[in-house]
Design a protein around this ligand. Structure first.
Ligand code: ZN
Length: 202
């Protein structure tokens, strides 16, 4: 296993800024690394405007990044520094969503007139646990692809659900890095079938 893969997981908590779970009106749960007192409420409010059901959004903000998705009544947002690839952040959100819904009956809780967020407080220890052990969950694979601009073999994170839920193969994935981008084609065995240099605009 290569170094970047290992270090992304072993320092996962230090590389994350926050995980937020909100309803339309309020924050239900927020996780932050130990000793972090920053508020990300502006990020979360911004995200709420754009959140679209079941679509992952990626946002670059200077030296940090955000991933968010709306799933039913909930909006999940995760912030991290640029050491962590988007696919890994998506995999974390997917697992947090699974756990959150497994533990709490969200539909019922949100139907109460006054929702006390105290009931979600214990979820912090669950998030701590899952981040500490994330590699063991085996939700993400790394694949290696050669970029002919960098002239390097790059380790690229791919969440398993992305490949496993795919209907057509090979699956395309754009990896944007250092001002340019490559398009990878990945087969159902997580092998790279081709790499192309692609133009991008935003
Ligand atoms: Zn490159």
């Amino acid at each position: 296993m290569d170094e970047i893969f290992k270090s992304s997981f072993s320092n996962l908590k230090e590389n994350l800024n926050f995980i937020n779970i909100s309803s339309k009106n309020m924050t239900l749960f927020e996780w932050k690394p130990p000793r972090s007192f920053r508020s990300y409420i502006l990020d979360v409010n911004f995200v709420k405007e754009y959140a679209t059901d079941s679509i992952f959004f990626h946002l670059h903000k200077g030296n940090s990044k955000l991933v968010h998705i709306k799933k039913g009544d909930l909006i999940y947002t995760i912030g991290a520094n640029n050491n962590i690839q988007y696919q890994l952040l998506e995999a974390i959100i997917e697992y947090v969503d699974y756990k959150f819904n497994d533990i709490y009956d969200i539909k019922v809780i949100l139907s109460f007139e006054n929702v006390s967020t105290n009931i979600f407080r214990n979820f912090s220890s669950i998030v701590d646990e899952l981040l500490g052990d994330f590699r063991k969950l085996d939700l993400v694979k790394t694949i290696n692809a050669r970029c002919r601009v960098c002239n390097k073999i790059l380790p690229i994170f791919v969440k398993k659900s992305f490949i496993e839920n795919s209907e057509d193969f090979p699956v395309p994935l754009v990896y944007s890095h250092k001002g340019h981008a490559i398009l990878l084609f990945i087969d159902r065995n997580f092998d790279v079938r081709g790499v192309e240099l692609v133009n991008t605009t935003a």
